[in-house]
Design a protein around this ligand. Sequence first.
Ligand SMILES: C[S@@+](CC[C@H](N)C(=O)[O-])C[C@H]1O[C@@H](n2cnc3c(N)ncnc32)[C@H](O)[C@@H]1O
Length: 272
Amino acid sequence: MNPARMKNLHVIHSAYEPSLKNILFRFSFLVVISSLVFTSVSSARTQTPKPQKSDGRYVYHENHDPDGIGKFYMGREIAQVMGHQAADWLDRPEREAEEAPSLLLKSLKLKPGQAIADIGAGSGYLTFPMAKRVGTKGTVYAVEIQQEMLDIIAHKQETMGLKNIKMVLGAVDDPRLPDSSVDLILMVDVYHEFDFPYEMAKAMVKALRPGGRIAFVEYRKENPDVPIKRVHKMTVLQVRKEMAVFPLQWVETINVLPRQHIIIFRKPLSQK
Ligand SMILES: C[S@@+](CC[C@H](N)C(=O)[O-])C[C@H]1O[C@@H](n2cnc3c(N)ncnc32)[C@H](O)[C@@H]1O
């Protein structure tokens, strides 16, 4: 090729180059702007309605009760765990008048020598009267996920000179009790707080002796007048629905308490 033409071509090319850069710059500017617009549109889309996730057993919602954790099991939202800072509320003097725990203890028909697990024992409000009822030959396992609650119980036990309460630091999905070791599992205002109700119930059934009982004491959700936050209440129907997937027999629902129902199941004698 003629060097002059080559030079010309080069000139033409050089002359054209800045405007090509210009177009590329404008194009990439447009891409950035439009991607920003689309991002904000798509994030607005994902905000309404809130995304819903599921891991098969549990469903998660971003829009949920402020007292719940946004995790749902069998249609029920799981409640936040009551912190150890509220231990004094559990020991409040007016609790007998409000909830009649002495009637609950009578309904449980405890016998000397029995092994009981008080799961979610809190400050031990029910652990101590149960320890007295089962006597020196019996045992009460105080199971808690908060070490601070176990420390409160241990301190009270020392002061009272009792020796038949065993502290167990459980995990959120495991009460860490020996297999077939207890005659009764009691949960007073606890089950609705379990982060892993399925895993806990499965482990609790394993910890029961054949013929052993499991008692749910929950505030009546059927009654809007019971002055407790919604997610901290449960209906009998819901408790029975959640237990129906386990090898347990429903025994009775006792309605002697002013605010709570006592729902009792039994592990069949044939079950190991
Ligand atoms: C509302 S308090 C009730 C305490 C006690 N049962 C009473 O009636 O005084 C609930 C307790 O359950 C405990 N808890 C929650 N999830 C638990 C779990 N997976 N295992 C053992 N304890 C649990 C909490 O730490 C809290 O102390």
